[in-house]
Design a protein around this ligand. Structure first.
Ligand SMILES: [Zn+2]
Length: 400
């Protein structure tokens, strides 16, 4: 496996009003944002299925080049999108020959907006950057195929997803205020980012790479919210979502490349070097809110939590040429179809999205699922997982 050499700069986690506010309100929130002056980048993921349960915020400083999609067309206009004059005629002409667009029209409800229809998405956008707009249809459709590829059977889908992609934060705020109702106050605390709610993804432009990165991550939650009969435990849902944070654009399609996710790899390497790895049984039963509170002496446990779940899902998919892939598929298929062999009460809670999940549910169902679908020999599994973690970070270089 070929890994790019990476340089990661980790800065000390700082107390942040957003983090504190969200923790006080006990909401589930996973957030990534840049704190550095040179790379003011962040994205944030809200998982509403669990949001009433957990409190979570993640702070991580990484080089801008580590997040998002790999080298491809780079719009010279992304950083100055705010200054681009929206022009329907010009944009529609520019997008006329874009493969994958099934229908293009004005967005009725929004002045200066486009409604782009692809095979599986209604994209409603006020984005004015033409080069980025040209890539969005291919990106969401590539992501859709990648989500489907996690499952051994295709999900039949006649209803298209709705994705809102605003050009400006103010537009995103106005929409969020209306869309999230009584929860708006919390969502609006997102400084830079996006969320998925009721199978709808709501994002705004935070730069090309980061926007695509979060659209890929949130798109998985959107897919699960629509298609899966059961809600997934934290480790699995977030671990799979990280697979779609990095990609490469090549000849009109996006190829998702989790092996290039240097944010996760760098965090994993740091945890290994510093002895901050979360033991497997703690990892799979932990929810993001618990991770945010720290683990042992690791104040950045929330980042470790995500990095280890990223590695855990990759382990299940890749270890020993796919030795455990069938276990991974069976676990996801059970969630998709609502056929997990777990206690009835746990299954009912997983299926009923009107019922808030609890930390106890996340803990118990993770243990039962792991023992039923993955392994009963945790010690051997953990040894193999650790070995895999060391292998995938071998060529990653941390820079202090
Ligand atoms: Zn997420």
């Amino acid at each position: 496996m070929e890994l790019k050499r990476a340089s990661l700069i980790h800065k000390k986690q700082r107390r942040n009003p957003l983090t504190e506010g969200l923790r006080r309100q006990g909401l589930f929130l996973c957030a990534f944002w840049h704190m550095g002056r040179k790379s003011p980048v962040c994205f944030l993921c809200m998982c509403p299925a669990l949001m009433r349960l957990f409190g979570l915020a993640i702070m991580m400083t990484v080089l801008m080049s580590l997040a998002g999609c790999g080298p491809s067309l780079q719009s010279k206009m992304t950083t100055s999108a705010a200054s681009i004059q929206w022009d329907y005629q010009r944009l529609s002409e520019y997008l006329a020959d874009v493969p994958g667009i099934r229908k293009l029209q004005r967005w009725d409800e929004h002045k200066d907006g486009l409604h782009i229809e692809t095979d599986h998405y209604h994209i409603k956008t006020t984005l004015a950057d033409p080069l980025m707009l040209r890539q969005v249809p291919a990106f969401v459709e590539s992501a859709y195929k990648a989500y489907q590829s996690q499952l051994p059977d295709q999900v039949n889908d006649s209803e298209k997803f709705e994705t809102y992609l605003f050009g400006q934060r103010a537009e995103w705020e106005a929409f969020t205020q209306h869309f999230t109702g009584s929860d708006a106050e919390v969502y609006l605390q997102i400084r830079r980012g996006a969320y998925a709610l009721n199978s709808v993804c709501v994002a705004y432009n935070i730069g090309r790479k980061q926007t695509f990165s979060i659209l890929g991550h949130e798109g998985w939650h959107q897919f699960v919210q629509r298609h899966f009969r059961y809600r997934l435990p934290s480790w699995l849902d977030e671990g799979v979502a990280t697979l779609f944070e990095t990609c490469q654009f090549n000849q009109g399609v996006f190829e998702f490349r989790p092996q290039d996710n240097l944010l996760r790899l760098g965090t994993l390497k740091q945890a290994l070097q510093q002895g901050h790895m979360i033991p497997l049984w703690n990892l799979i039963t932990m929810n993001p809110g618990q991770a945010m509170a720290g683990y042992g002496s690791n104040e950045s446990a929330i980042m470790t939590f995500y990095a280890q779940n990223y590695a855990l899902v990759r382990f299940l998919r890749e270890y020993n040429y796919g030795q455990r892939l069938r276990e991974y598929h069976n676990l996801l298929l059970g969630g998709l179809r609502g056929s997990w062999q777990v206690e009835a009460g746990l299954a009912e809670a997983a299926a009923n999205r009107k019922v808030p999940l609890t930390a106890a549910w996340n803990h118990q169902i993770s243990i039962q699922l792991f023992q039923t679908y993955i392994t009963g020999d945790a010690a051997q599994f953990e040894a193999q997982y650790r070995q895999f973690c060391n292998e995938i970070v071998y060529s990653v270089r941390l820079v202090k």
